[in-house]
Design a binder for this molecule. Structure first.
Ligand SMILES: NC(=O)c1ccc[n+]([C@@H]2O[C@H](COP(=O)([O-])OP(=O)(O)OC[C@H]3O[C@@H](n4cnc5c(N)ncnc54)[C@H](OP(=O)(O)O)[C@@H]3O)[C@@H](O)[C@H]2O)c1
Length: 244
């Protein structure tokens, strides 16, 4: 069975993916920021190989050392780069420090993880799959989300180029761009942003938010051989947002 890394597994899409892949007997190494009872409980599963609590993007050299140790010891077949931070601020309130943090977590830490992996990579018969989580934000403009949008578009640009470089080495690299998904921010959001929520539901052709497992199912498809001819793509999981 395939072995892989998932980042940002404490809540939301990452937690849902961790549960799905463990249920389907994938072997997992997880990296996430905060200790949670749920991840500790899942760690009892014999396929959950390693569980690391580490804040990606705070110190890129530490991130590099961390993944270097993982790649030395484990043969990695897939990677799900999911950890990300949302930063909502108008351009007037934005500053270099806030923007750099968002870019470090959402872009630079993923670059470090992937670059370090590719140094260890040896071509295999079955494909190696890297899946990163982008967003509908970035490709489309959204008010107060400029740093988040920049980080996701930088990630897309980087990955599409690497996908072309590694296509003949049987490494497939794809992105998922979710729309509005009921992850950890959902309950607070619908209480505090009632008007914005009405707009989101009205603006989404399917007329509802997505569920984390609707993203995790696509992640599983992309790491499996069922998607063996897909690389360099962004798959929208957004209830039709990007086409309307
Ligand atoms: N939900 C959506 O509507 C939506 C839409 C488009 C794209 N996305 C993208 O999907 C991904 C997952 O989002 P989500 O909504 O599931 O988020 P979430 O509910 O906030 O969960 C994110 C998980 O990642 C962890 N994490 C955050 N920063 C980290 C870091 N620096 N190092 C390691 N772990 C970190 C968090 O840990 P803590 O709990 O300790 O912070 C948490 O466990 C993100 O990349 C996000 O940008 C989400």
């Amino acid at each position: 069975m395939k072995t892989g890394i998932i980042t940002g597994t404490g809540k939301g899409i990452g937690l849902s993916t961790l549960k799905l892949l463990l249920k389907n007997k994938y072997k997992i190494i997880s990296i996430t920021k905060t200790k949670t009872k749920e991840v500790d409980r899942l760690f009892k599963d014999k396929n959950f190989i390693k569980n690391i609590y580490h804040p990606l993007g705070d110190n890129l050299l530490e991130d590099k050392k961390l993944v270097h140790e993982i790649y030395k010891k484990h043969k990695i077949d897939f990677m799900v780069c999911n950890a990300g931070v949302r930063h909502r601020d108008s351009i007037q309130k934005m500053n270099l420090e806030k923007r750099s943090y968002t870019l470090n977590v959402n872009f630079h830490s993923n670059v470090v993880i992937i670059e370090e992996f590719l140094k260890y990579f040896k071509k295999k018969k079955t494909s190696t799959s890297i899946v990163c989580i982008s967003s509908i934000v970035g490709n489309l403009g959204f008010k107060d989300l400029s740093s988040y949008a920049s980080s996701k578009m930088a990630l897309e640009g980087f990955l599409k180029s690497v996908a072309v470089e590694y296509a003949r080495k049987n490494v497939r690299i794809n992105l998922i761009a979710p729309g509005f998904i009921k992850s950890s921010y959902y309950n607070n959001f619908i209480k505090k942003q009632k008007n914005l929520n009405k707009w989101i539901i009205g603006r989404t052709p399917m007329g509802r938010w997505g569920k984390p497992d609707e993203v995790s199912n696509v992640i599983e498809f992309l790491i499996s051989e069922k998607s063996s001819y897909i690389t360099g793509s962004t798959i929208y999981v957004d209830g039709g947002w990007n086409v309307s």
